[in-house]
Design a protein around this ligand. Structure first.
Ligand code: PMV
Length: 346
């Protein structure tokens, strides 16, 4: 676990200074927040470029973050990686090297790098840890390589590492559009302070999931429901975006639940099927309906894992957290408000 106090480095002037300093030192540290999708991304048009089958909409989670330092070093024969202070090799290192290779190619740089990454939340269990990881890696890597990339270029770069990472680059509430490599990027539709929604992440398992989302996206097409899911996304996204901009949770809530359930129906009907839920996941879904009938304005969504994200207004968060903690099997509840953009902190 890392220190939860983040330095205030968000002003443009401070960011410019940090980007210049990073280029001189060939070292940079960035933080990025994970995000929760209200309208989900599932399945690619192009797996290599991670061009999504549908547009998606999300909120950055300001209380959770990944902090990544990239140091290019001429004494290193190969890239090295630590995650939460543990040395990591194999496929995870390969994926990071592949992202850094895009940066090295653009910067005409041949140096290997040391990458240190730490997160203040459980990774690999449906809290979009790869989104925060690849957004932070893209910002730190680009800065340490001396590149001057704008938000669109960083979002595109992050997308190549993990699709949803594109949405962790801009601030607040973000939409990621489909299209070609150049135009499939995420943009902010509203800053974090626009609406103080809460995401209460109900942890029912901290285990690393058996099938990650990269493998899952490749299975989407094997479900006979995927075409119907994709066909309905444009309408759901429009309703969700309008409701979000109107700060209307009673319209937005049923749409985000429907969109999550349709995605999980695709997962469960893929070949082979993907079942991410456990019995406590289902218990929380049913409890959410019960709480609503008792007057709480709370709605669920679920990513590629068993943990449930409960979305509500700030004024109801305490009551929802207390109710969720009473459900047998619930290990923890992590509360988050909307978060800012991926940015340099050193
Ligand atoms: O970015 P990936 O490849 O980890 O895929 C994320 C997929 C979901 O979290 C299930 C949905 C989403 O839009 O974030």
């Amino acid at each position: 676990m890392v220190d939860n106090t983040l330095p205030d480095s968000s002003s443009n002037k401070k960011q410019l200074h940090l980007w210049e300093q990073a280029a001189r030192r060939q070292q940079a540290t960035a933080i990025a927040h994970p995000n929760i999708a209200f309208i989900k991304y599932w399945g690619n048009e192009d797996d290599g470029l991670r061009l999504p089958a549908n547009p998606s909409l999300s909120m950055n989670l300001g209380s959770l973050y990944t902090k990544t330092t990239v140091t290019f070093d001429q004494s290193l024969p190969n890239d090295t990686l630590t995650i939460n202070h543990q040395a990591v090799t194999g496929p995870a290192l390969k994926r990071v090297t592949t992202s850094l290779d895009l940066i090295r190619a653009e910067a005409s740089l041949q140096l290997a790098a040391h990458i240190e990454s730490e997160s203040n939340f459980p990774i690999g269990s449906g809290i979009a840890s790869s989104a925060a990881a690849f957004a932070a890696l893209s910002v730190a890597g680009a800065a340490a390589a001396g590149l001057h990339m704008d938000e669109a270029a960083l979002s595109r770069l992050a997308r190549r590492g993990s699709g949803s990472a594109s949405r962790s680059v801009p601030a607040g509430y973000c939409r990621w559009d489909t299209g070609t490599d150049l135009i499939s990027i995420a943009t902010s539709i509203a800053p974090p302070e626009y609406w103080g929604l809460r995401d209460l992440v109900v942890i029912v398992s901290q285990e690393h999931k058996a099938v990650g989302s990269t493998g899952g996206h490749q299975l989407a097409q094997t479900s006979s429901l995927q075409a119907a899911r994709v066909a309905g996304v444009a309408k759901r996204l429009q309703v969700c975006q309008e409701a979000l901009l109107a700060r209307d949770l009673s319209t937005m809530g049923p749409i985000i639940e429907e969109d999550a359930i349709i995605m999980h129906a695709v997962m469960m009907s893929s070949r082979p099927p993907l079942y991410y839920w456990n019995p406590t996941t289902m218990a929380i879904i049913q409890a959410t309906q019960q709480w609503r009938s008792e007057g709480l304005g709370v709605y669920f969504t679920i990513d590629a894992g068993p943990n449930v994200h409960l979305i509500c207004e700030a004024c109801q968060a305490e009551a929802v957290i207390a109710a969720a903690r009473k459900i047998p099997g619930v290990k923890d509840v992590i509360a988050s408000e909307p978060g800012g953009s991926a940015r340099l902190v050193a």
